[in-house]
Design a binder for this molecule. Structure first.
Ligand code: GLU
Ligand code: ZN
Length: 301
């Protein structure tokens, strides 16, 4: 018999195979695994390889081996986003049909130019806030390759800022229209973006709880908005602390964070656990995972 809906827990770890796991990504992996175990739930692994240009061949299998060495075994076979493009296509078609998504022919140069003529030069990280240029034009595919953007200005559906609640950070708000603008769902090369793929897959896989690194928190309002547009449920979110390198910057593949060596799995797990406030040292992986699961059940939000 199925457990009642409110007690169902499906979590996931969703690495991009742009390189092997490092100390930072292990924290997210361990936190999501422990949270699923603490809730008596299921834990899935999804390889987020939609952006084939950034995918490093072999990194997916390396990540799966590193997880296995840490005793973090998924409860179902992993899925690869590169094999699920039909799902993303279908969601995009649904949004186009609803008038929520539109084709855009703007190059980065065009966007910079429009923003400059509006006296807006502020950018957000490296992304420019899209000024909505193509919102009310109906570009067709025969005009050449189109990117597809999601409207963030649909008054009835988007009354002001998007709010969501993080289990650690509490109530969060973002005015997606002002701070991000209509964002890309599918690039001109036909590739679904992270935002579209993650929302479609979390729903398709029945994910109820998203546990991931703090660096991704800024995407959540966009994802909550996209869920609303597609009529999908919003999971619970918990953004875990980042691991900082000795230079104070977040560890990432970009600053060449060291790949974890499966031979040192226990030491790496102990370190990841410390970041999560589970400070005890343990001398075997099964013992450590069991103890942390107990602690997570008692202490976590
Ligand atoms: N694939 C994303 C990353 O590795 C994580 C996606 C997510 O957890 O929502 O940065
Ligand atoms: Zn445009």
């Amino acid at each position: 018999m199925e457990p009642p809906a409110e007690s169902r827990y499906v979590g996931r770890f969703a690495p991009s195979p742009t390189g092997p796991l490092h100390a930072g990504s292990l924290v997210a992996a361990l936190a999501s695994w422990l949270d699923a175990r603490a809730h008596g739930g299921q834990w899935l692994v999804r390889i987020e390889d939609v952006d084939t240009a950034r995918t490093v061949p072999g990194a997916d299998h390396q990540i799966l081996q590193q997880l296995a060495a840490c005793g973090l075994h998924p409860d179902a076979p992993p899925v690869w986003q590169s094999q699920r493009s039909r799902l993303y296509q279908a969601a995009l078609q649904q949004l186009i049909g609803l008038g929520h998504a539109y084709g855009c022919t703007c190059s980065r140069k065009d966007i910079e130019h429009t923003r400059a003529t509006q006296g807006q030069t502020r950018s957000r990280h490296t992304e420019l806030v899209y000024p909505g240029t193509c919102r009310n034009t109906s570009h067709r595919n025969n005009e050449g390759p189109l990117a597809w953007r999601l409207r963030t200005d649909i008054g009835a559906l988007a009354p002001g800022p998007i709010a969501w609640t993080d289990r650690q950070l509490g109530r969060q708000h973002q005015d997606v229209e002002r701070q991000v603008g209509d964002f890309v769902l599918q690039r001109a090369d036909g590739c679904a973006t992270y935002q579209l793929a993650v929302v479609v897959d979390d729903a398709a896989q029945g994910v109820t709880h998203v546990v991931r690194g703090h660096d991704l928190a800024d995407n959540t309002a966009r994802q909550v908005w996209l869920q609303a547009c597609l009529g999908l449920p919003t999971p619970q979110y918990w953004h875990t602390p980042l691991v900082l390198g000795s230079n104070g910057e977040k560890l990432s593949k970009q600053n060449r964070a060291q790949a974890l060596d499966p031979a040192h799995a226990l030491a790496d797990l102990n370190q990841a656990a410390a970041v999560l406030g589970l400070a005890h040292q343990h001398s075997s992986i099964p013992q450590a995972l069991a103890a942390w699961t107990q602690a997570a059940r008692a202490q976590w939000p």
